[in-house]
Write a protein that binds this ligand. Structure first.
Ligand code: TXA
Ligand code: MG
Length: 326
């Protein structure tokens, strides 16, 4: 299959909506990362997402809707509390786990009786959902186990030849995936930290429980079971300022090494690449996945990354770094 890459013009959007309605696959930008979209209500279309990504069938997909009015098409028993959260954070990088409506096929939810739903804020995502006229199942548009794509060329690299169309809408603005919040528990459970911070959620909801390894074991948080964000190089998470010795010993052993740090580093050694990351967390989040992809593409043996404080977006950034390093 030839994968078309089109700038997201109105004509391209019309074409993309046709592809979706015909059961095809379209990658499109959201404000978080690029998604790989298909008709969420078509089991046949959704099966193609799993194939194209080589994604394990048990890992459920997020259903993308244009706004809160579409909630009741895909979810049932939506509480007033969930509606309030939606009113505060949608459209935006927040995904809610709710009880699944019968219209959503089980393949979309990885066999679960819950469904993850979000309304993306990106105008191209909004236009595509509206013109396709149906909810879109869309995981991040990377090959399973690769860093999520934040630009169209990343999607082409991972999924070229496997999907019909990529809508190019430039770089995504958040750069990390949405926050996943399970609203079927009391208190609500944070399953994945992301673009909306725990602090922001707590300001609206009071206590929010943070999912742990136990949730994973109990199958409540299927996404946590699967390997993620793994570049080919070994990723090693180090404490801020404490990694120089380890870096030097790798270099002395003849290896090539990259170092991702927020400060400026004076190490200038053959075989070492330093990638300086922004101090501002929003900017850091925006660059993270691309930095991992770029450094990996240089063929280094290891990528050392300095940890950052787990406050605000720092929580989501550290979550992704830990997974990349695991
Ligand atoms: O920002 C995002 O969320 C992007 C863009 C494209 O919207 N999408 C994304 O999808 O990151 P994906 O498939 O890469 O991650 C979805 C996460 C996974 O961890 C999955 O296990 C979890 O959401 N999830 C989906 N449905 C769920 C459910 N019913 N219960 C619990 N977790 C669920
Ligand atoms: Mg993903």
């Amino acid at each position: 299959m030839r994968t078309q890459v089109l700038e997201a013009t109105p004509e391209a959007l019309t074409r993309a909506a046709e592809v979706i309605r015909a059961g095809g696959l379209v990658a499109f930008p959201t404000e978080t990362v690029y998604g790989l979209g298909a008709d969420a209500l078509s089991a046949v279309a959704v099966a193609r997402i799993f194939e194209a990504k080589e994604r394990p069938r048990g890992n459920p997909l997020i259903v993308h809707v244009a706004d809160a009015t579409a909630l009741d098409e895909v979810a049932v028993r939506v509480t007033d509390r969930a509606r309030e959260v939606v009113a505060s954070f949608w459209p935006g990088p927040l995904t809610l786990v709710l009880d699944r409506a019968a219209a959503v096929p089980l393949i979309t939810t990885g066999g679960l009786d819950t469904v993850a739903v979000r309304a993306p804020a990106h105008p191209v995502a909004q236009a595509l959902i509206r013109s396709a006229g149906r909810p879109l199942a869309a995981p991040s548009a990377n090959r399973s186990g690769r860093p999520s794509p934040t630009r169209a060329p990343h999607v082409l690299e991972d999924l070229g030849g496997r999907i019909e169309l990529i809508l190019d809408g430039g770089s995504t603005s958040v750069g990390l995936e949405s926050t996943v919040l399970d609203m079927t528990t009391e208190p609500p459970t944070l399953l994945r930290p992301g673009g909306v911070t725990l602090e922001q959620l707590e300001a609206h909801l009071g206590r929010v429980r943070v999912a742990s390894g136990d949730d994973e074991a109990a199958g409540r948080s299927p996404g946590l079971r699967f390997r993620h964000y793994a570049p080919r190089a070994r990723v090693i998470l180090i404490d801020a300022g404490a990694g120089e010795e380890a870096v030097l010993s790798w270099l002395d052993g003849g290896k090539s090494v990259a170092l991702m740090v927020q400060r400026s580093v004076r190490l200038d050694r053959p075989g070492l690449r330093v990638r300086s990351m922004p101090v501002d967390l929003e900017a850091y989040a925006r660059e993270l996945f691309e930095a991992l992809r770029d450094l990996d593409a240089t063929g280094v043996d290891a990528i050392f990354v300095e940890g950052i404080a787990e406050v605000g977006l720092g929580r989501a950034i550290m979550d992704r770094l830990r997974r990349a390093a695991s």
